[in-house]
Design a protein around this ligand. Structure first.
Ligand code: SF4
Ligand code: SF4
Length: 421
């Protein structure tokens, strides 16, 4: 196999063979071993609800000497933690905002929505309560925040789980946007399967501290593994500059237990060893998808990502011609991305917001929103998939984008400075 410096040199000279993980898996499915062995770099990606996200922001809220220190901060009603630096008398605050924090003033709005609004350059309402109980209010946008960084405490899990509700009661949870109906009547799942970065390098042979990645479309870096990471189920921590992020790749996702946060990662994997070559060739059907009881968090059985992604449509199709203009649109209120609008006559969809979760296709009465979401076999039962909390379609597009950027030299791959143990 080629060493990492050899691969980086080939990339630099424009001679490297770069393929997306989807292309590689198609070669593996066709048993095209000789072409597989030519691959230097595989571009991988995942886009999903990632709760372990926070932003570190620093911005002015008044002239110097108006207040001594911040006591409490809200941005668009989302509570922020006051940062450790007191910025005494400077008129500046440091704030840490959790992606899963909920707004007290805006319905179905949380940290994930706020991050996207900031990336969209929308003005946000800032309220600061000072340590002396004074209230300051201001409005500002991202360009008025000199420092804005998005960070992850747990991102890009190698793969995740599927959930069902086996009880006889409905349940509200972050794993379903509408809430689970009882008796295993529907299944939700997360994970981008064969194209996930850590599926392609599960032993972290090439992804290390300092690996350059695309985090919500911005160049960022891996800093290590995150909370609940283990050898069998690794995840990553990292950061990137919020100023450079693409709004369409991030945002809030409203679940039946409140708003959550969406993030997207694209990671290049240099093929430096036989074990990586083996892993990149593993297909969805070879990847375990545990099916869990969402209430007790107990394992009920095993499926695989082939069942989740190979017999279904990645894209949710929308045909406004088929909309019946119902007296009450069933699809609009269930959309966790607020991507659907209904004006009383016809529904429309904001393509840049759609996550292709599929929930609208289960609610629309006419097939205006349409998607074969597939099903998962659990014992003797075939349980329909009703919601996907990962967007494989957009993840594939991100992997294609990263491939193009490596080939045209606008994304420079970096060697890690330290291996993650
Ligand atoms: S439920 Fe479907 S058909 Fe009815 S208004 Fe909504 S999109 Fe149109
Ligand atoms: S697939 Fe439907 S419900 Fe899901 S985000 Fe897109 S429009 Fe909304």
């Amino acid at each position: 196999m080629r060493s990492l410096p050899e691969i980086l040199s080939r990339v630099e000279k424009g001679k490297a063979v770069v393929m997306t993980s989807q292309q590689v898996c198609e070669l593996a499915a066709a048993d095209d071993v000789s072409r597989l062995e030519e691959v230097d770099v595989v571009t991988t990606a995942t886009r999903a609800v990632m709760s372990g996200t926070y932003a570190v922001l620093s911005f002015p809220v008044s002239s110097p000497h108006v207040f001594s220190r911040a006591g409490r901060i809200w941005i668009n009603g989302v509570r922020a933690q006051v940062g450790p630096c007191p910025n005494e008398n400077l008129g500046v605050v440091d704030a840490v905002v959790f992606g899963t924090a909920h707004s007290h003033s805006r319905r179905d709005y949380g940290g994930g929505h706020l991050f996207r609004n900031l990336a969209e350059r929308e003005p946000v309402e800032v309220v600061v309560e000072t340590d002396h109980g004074r209230r300051l209010e201001t409005q500002l946008d991202l360009d008025q925040m000199p420092y804005a960084r998005l960070c992850g405490t747990r991102q890009a899990f190698m793969n995740y789980s599927a959930f069902v509700n086996p009880t006889i009661e409905p349940i509200c949870t972050i794993f379903h946007a509408r809430g689970f109906d009882p008796c295993c009547s529907g299944l939700t799942f997360s994970g981008c399967g064969q194209i996930n970065p850590l599926k392609n390098d599960p032993l972290l042979e090439t992804i290390g501290v300092g690996t350059r990645v695309l985090y919500n479309g911005a160049e960022g870096f891996v800093t290590g593994t995150g909370t609940r990471s283990s050898a069998g189920h690794p995840n990553l921590t990292g950061f990137a500059n919020l100023h450079q992020m693409k709004p369409d790749l991030m945002g809030g996702f409203v679940t039946s237990a409140g708003p959550e946060c969406i993030c997207s990662w694209a990671v290049p994997i240099p093929v430096t060893s036989r074990s990586i070559l083996r892993e990149i060739a593993r297909l969805d059907r070879e990847l375990d998808l545990p099916v869990m009881d969402v209430c007790r968090r107990q394992l009920l059985g095993h499926a695989d990502y082939g069942q989740a992604w190979q017999n279904s449509d990645l894209e949710v199709a929308f045909d406004p011609q088929k909309c019946l203009g119902c007296s009450r649109c069933r699809a609009e209120p269930v959309c966790p991305m607020k991507a659907i609008s209904f004006d009383g006559r016809v529904a429309s969809r904001d393509e840049g917001r759609c996550f292709h979760c599929g929930l609208c296709a289960t609610a629309c009465v006419s097939g205006a929103f349409k998607c074969n979401l597939g099903s998962i076999r659990l014992g003797e039962r075939e349980i329909p998939i009703v919601l996907r909390q990962s967007d494989r379609l957009r993840a594939q597009q991100m992997a294609e984008d990263l491939k193009e950027r490596i080939e045209d030299g606008s994304f420079r791959m970096s060697a890690p400075v330290q291996r993650i143990s």
